[in-house]
Write a protein that binds this ligand. Sequence first.
Ligand SMILES: Nc1ncnc2c1ncn2[C@@H]1O[C@H](COP(=O)(O)OP(=O)(O)OP(=O)(O)O)[C@@H](O)[C@H]1O
Ligand SMILES: [Mg+2]
Length: 308
Amino acid sequence: MQPMLSVQGLTKTYKGGKQALSNVNLDVAKGEILALLGPNGAGKTTMISIICGIVTATSGKVLVDGFDNVSDYRQARGLVGLVPQELTTDAFETPWDNLCFSRELFGLKPNPALVEQILKDLSLWDKKDTRIMALSGGMKRRLLIAKALVHEPQLLFLDEPTAGVDVALRQDMWNMVEKLRQQGVTVVLTTHYIEEAEAIADRVGIIRGGELLLVEDKTTLMQNMGQKQLLVDLKGPLSCVPESLASLGFVLAKEGLQLLLNYRGNDDTLDVGAMLSAIHEAGVEVLDIHTQQSSLEEIFIELLQEAS
Ligand SMILES: Nc1ncnc2c1ncn2[C@@H]1O[C@H](COP(=O)(O)OP(=O)(O)OP(=O)(O)O)[C@@H](O)[C@H]1O
Ligand SMILES: [Mg+2]
């Protein structure tokens, strides 16, 4: 099936010589949720701005559902919704007028029922006639999300939609993304909250210094890159790891009160029963046993370190 978004050999050098993107290639399937992760200045906003036609690429090509975003600009742009990173709203308008006008800009028929639904979904209905300048920062951000949705885009970009927002808005935003997914909308989001990517993305792309380092299915990434740990709490502290356990890979933690074994997340061969027998045979008394898996955040930090 034709991807909803195809980015081919995208390069951007800003005036002044800063290369913000170098040869980025990326396909996003219809209905997929992709999280783009990367440190400040990695090129995330540049890439989104090029796709949405706000910034021109130095070279390369962007297709939105097959439409070239330069030669078929209107068709491509009509399919795209953007929640920008920076707050930009018209101070004197009201949310209601702002949304109705945004829809008009895309040449669509008025749809008051849809505008009402979107305002309600984003808890802005009671503010529909308030001047935008009198809204709080979080409410303005909700309005930006509403504005990106009002022309019913098929491909939605959320550039750090939850930066500096409260827990309630974050939850609303996650619910909204889930609802859009059910409608078949494709979503690309950037975030510095890695648990956000862990919670809602199907695939994760990691970008650094203008290069897309990898794009991987989230579950696969966590299985292949993630560390698992077997943690054995002890009744009394050990001064060193018994030889038989050291040879299995155990090390001491928590000032001798814990035996710890690291193994790869995709390693199904770890025989926990055999490990416990070995501990028992070594005469070590066990208080509790548990396992833990590294988070996407730990994997992300490790990948960035490897790349530097
Ligand atoms: N208009 C511009 N002119 C010159 N350089 C720019 C411009 N916009 C961005 N840059 C530079 O391009 C690089 C990528 O910036 P970009 O905003 O795409 O990063 P980002 O990944 O979105 O970062 P953040 O996480 O901070 O939002 C940075 O070095 C930035 O300084
Ligand atoms: Mg940015």
